[in-house]
Design a protein around this ligand. Structure first.
Ligand code: PLP
Length: 386
């Protein structure tokens, strides 16, 4: 066993979360104990300084996204941003129209989209849940056929958290715009890993998260276009234009903005580096275990994601054997150990879905780690198969 293998588990779970960048921690520190005022208490200098820090962070984030700072609504993360976008916009529409309408989504969305939509169904809204093709991609024709007279919202993510596939969001944006339908896009995985322009695509509601981009956990944002109305999910203050009341967590807001800035600066370099490592991982993995099955399109994919199924082994055994050596996952961190609904949507059986690995690459992943991961996985697979 080489040195790397002794220092295991190797980190291959950067899509579930990322470590906070040191520069982010440094940026946050003064707001934990020096500038500790409440940003809504503008009667004193402590509050004024805290408020100035959140304004600066908001402007910084907005300039990265090339939008007006007024459109940024800070939340506790992507889960809350998705809930606010879907429940908040749907309820506001129903209030305006006097009746619930129709929404469209994809069956491979994150649970923080699927579950608020199930709640909306209970409230009388109609939901069309489209199935992707066997590569995990939306079939645009299915979207066109799904539009109904009262469709008011389409929610489709940019990049899938399990299989990393990139949905055709530019085309979705255009189809929605032509029909005057709002487009919500969960970019928790895409933001900081891909180049995209919200307004060029025509995204009306955009979800982002701090801890996926080497920022702190517990902070995210919903970006809302001017024409969109949202009913708040909670009440009791005027913060974030009354859409998301509650005292802003200043250190987290500052850290999120810093993390976004760093991610933006490193974006092209990281995309290139991650894709090289990921492609090496995939090619070498196939050499070792030739019958592995790739999950999701290889071409239309996040540079930092790989997901494959290993035939002929039991998923629970495989994950148990790998646990001391590699930190990876079988699917979403929010799936409670159930077989992945994403892989089932692609046509994998329950057994195949369980015997699948998502390996995600981060800023500190090295070629040595890639080689070590391949050795470990193929060794454990050989053992389980023998
Ligand atoms: C696509 C996607 N949406 C939403 C979330 C939830 O993000 P958060 O942990 O910020 O609530 C995640 C986290 O895994 C995700 O990958």
């Amino acid at each position: 066993m080489n040195e790397l293998m002794k220092r295991t588990p190797l980190a291959f779970d950067y899509q579930s979360s990322t470590p906070c960048d040191n520069r982010v921690i440094e940026a946050m520190a003064p707001y934990l104990y020096e500038v500790w005022g409440n940003p809504s208490s503008m009667q004193n200098s402590l509050g004024i300084h805290a408020s100035a820090a959140t304004s600066f962070a908001r402007e910084n984030l907005a300039s990265i996204l090339k939008i007006d700072p007024q459109r940024v609504i800070f939340t506790s993360g992507a889960t809350e941003a998705n809930n606010l976008a879907l429940l908040g916009h749907a309820r506001s529409k129903a209030f305006e129209k006097g009746t619930p309408g129709h929404l469209i989504t994809l069956s491979t969305e994150h649970n923080s989209v699927i579950e608020p939509l199930l709640q909306l169904r209970k409230e009388g809204f109609r939901i069309s849940e489209l199935r992707p093709n066997s590569d995990g991609l939306l079939i645009l024709e299915d979207l066109v056929n799904a539009f109904q007279e009262d469709t008011f919202l389409v929610s489709i993510m940019a990049a899938n958290n399990e299989i990393g596939v990139l949905q055709p969001i530019k085309k979705i944006g255009l189809l929605c715009k032509e029909r005057g339908i709002s487009f919500h896009c969960d970019t928790a995985q895409a933001f900081g890993n891909l180049v995209f322009d919200i307004d060029q695509i025509g995204i009306d509601l955009l979800t982002i998260s701090g801890h996926k981009i080497y920022g702190p956990k517990g902070i995210g944002a919903l970006i809302i276009s001017d024409k969109i109305k949202i009913q708040p999910l909670q009440f009791g203050g005027n913060q974030e234009n009354g859409i998301r009341p509650g005292t802003l967590p200043v250190p987290l807001v500052v850290g999120f903005s810093k993390a976004a800035e760093i991610a933006q600066d490193m974006l092209l370099e990281n995309m290139k580096r991650h894709a090289i490592l990921r492609d090496k991982l995939w090619i070498k993995m196939q050499n070792k275990v030739p019958d592995i099955i790739l999950n999701g399109s290889l071409e239309k994919r996040l540079p930092n994601n790989l997901n494959f199924t290993i035939k002929g082994v039991r998923g629970t055994q495989l994950h148990k054997q790998l646990r001391p050596f590699i930190a990876c996952s079988s699917g979403s961190a929010c799936s409670n150990g159930k077989p992945s609904h994403v892989l089932l949507s692609l046509g994998r059986t329950k057994q195949e879905a369980e015997a699948s690995l998502r390996l995600s690459i981060g800023r500190s992943t090295t070629l040595n780690e890639i080689d070590a991961a391949i050795e470990i996985i193929s060794r454990e697979v050989d053992q389980l198969r023998s």
